[in-house]
Write a protein that binds this ligand. Structure first.
Ligand code: FAD
Length: 379
């Protein structure tokens, strides 16, 4: 039976949408199947140089920048003492990073997709089954009962990836005994001035950065027991706790509500050993979960998508086989992703020891400077 499209992508988050755009620009027919009727509004806010590079190639960097704030430095403190400045002018390939909320990045990607008649982004379309023959997918079944056939399939369906499980690419996921809390508040001058990350020897963190020109994001991290206790306490208890290790952002702390009003996510460590099987590849959180302290969850998904585009196009053009395409993708991305996942793990597990934390802090890793890796199928 003829395929409906060249590539069917399960999951219309940032990674799936970026991949769809790259493939559409290369004249491939693409169907993105997104489970939610309204795609997620929550997620990371940071795009760093390695992701910026891909967005520039996709031709949407200007719009991402317009929707966010450009920064070039981050000040880091430990137990209320200044430790260092991460200066992107010195430590990164591009000399800036962009703070654009996940929802805005996704909006820009979706608006760009609308200009391509060869791609459809379909909301409210959960994929409920992968029909398989041996190792290959023959069709996707949607909740509506409809079947979608493609020449190649991609799982971009996030941390709980259904596609990963269906094709048997299991991967161990370890949840840290720490939660991250995300809140948005009216901008204050200390945040308008500079991004500041505070680490505390009792295992907490606080990161303040602007979201647009009128608001700032407070990202807080606490151990599970402390987070639970603080979420049940008055806002003043949270603010007092933060003042014990936050020294240069008092105006931001003053604005915070109680922790119960923050969105919260569990933080996990995961890196899949294999990024694809048969005629299926995986991208983004489906293959890795990095600690948010790296600020690279969204970035890595965009980078995966950028690497996969050229390889899938080369495969369709007959330059190499599906297996060669998957091998080259694994080669291009696995070491990079592993390094970031391990780096995040090292930071997350050394927060209570200043010397260890400072020696684990790697300016180039934090700024997403990548060691070059080959995306050619023949090397
Ligand atoms: C509140 C919040 C704050 C965050 N902050 C940070 C941070 O500070 N630093 C950091 O590094 N990372 C952070 N992250 C993580 C970061 O947002 C992710 O790493 C990034 O969004 C991954 O992109 P993705 O496209 O791979 O997956 P996702 O964004 O999870 O997208 C997957 C998509 O697949 C869809 N889907 C799932 N199953 C199916 C199915 N069966 N059929 C169809 N569609 C399906 C989902 O609805 C979703 O839209 C944060 C996440 C959240 C939620």
């Amino acid at each position: 039976m003829n395929p409906n499209v060249d590539v069917a992508i399960v999951g219309g988050g940032v990674a799936g949408a970026a991949l769809a755009l790259g493939l559409a620009q290369a004249s491939k027919t693409v169907l993105v199947l997104e489970r939610e009727t309204v795609p997620a509004l929550n997620g990371a806010d940071v795009v760093k140089p390695a992701g910026i590079n891909v967005l520039r190639e996709l031709g949407i960097l200007d719009q991402i920048v317009k929707r966010g704030r450009v920064r070039d430095r981050l000040d880091i403190y430990y137990d209320a003492q200044f430790v260092t400045t991460l200066d992107y002018k010195e430590d990164a390939a591009d000399n800036f990073f962009v703070l654009t909320p996940y929802a805005a990045v996704l909006e820009v990607l979706r608006a760009a997709l609308l200009q391509w008649p060869n791609v459809e982004y379909r909301c409210g379309s959960p994929v409920t089954r992968l029909c398989m023959e041996d190792d290959s997918v023959t069709s996707l079944q949607l909740a509506s009962g409809e079947h979608v056939r493609a020449r190649f399939y991609v799982g971009a369906d996030g941390a709980q990836s259904f596609v990963r499980a269906q094709v048997g690419l299991t991967s161990e996921r370890t949840v840290y005994r720490q939660r991250m809390y995300f809140g948005k508040f009216p901008i204050v001058s200390s945040v308008d001035d500079c991004n500041r990350l505070y680490i505390d020897s009792r295992g907490a963190l606080a990161y303040f950065y602007p979201v647009g020109t009128t608001a700032f994001r407070a990202v807080l991290g606490f151990s599970d027991p402390e987070g639970t206790r603080l979420a049940g306490s008055a806002p003043e208890v949270l603010r007092a706790r933060l003042r014990s290790f936050v020294c240069a952002s008092g105006d931001a702390v003053d604005k915070l509500d109680g922790l119960a009003s923050f969105a919260q996510i569990p933080v996990a460590y995961m890196h899949a050993p294999l990024y694809g099987r048969g005629n299926v590849a995986l991208v983004g959180d489906a293959i890795h979960c990095v600690h948010p302290i790296t600020g690279q969850g969204m970035n890595l998904g965009i980078e995966d998508a950028g690497a996969l585009v050229g390889l899938v196009v080369g495969m369709f053009d007959g330059q190499y086989s599906v297996a060669e395409c998957l091998e080259a993708y694994q080669r291009a991305r696995w070491q990079v992703n592993r390094a970031v996942v391990e780096y995040g793990h090292a930071l997350a597990t050394s927060m209570t020891d200043k010397q260890a934390f400072v020696s684990n802090f790697d300016r180039q890793m934090q700024a997403s400077r990548r060691r070059s890796s080959s995306a050619s199928a023949r090397t």
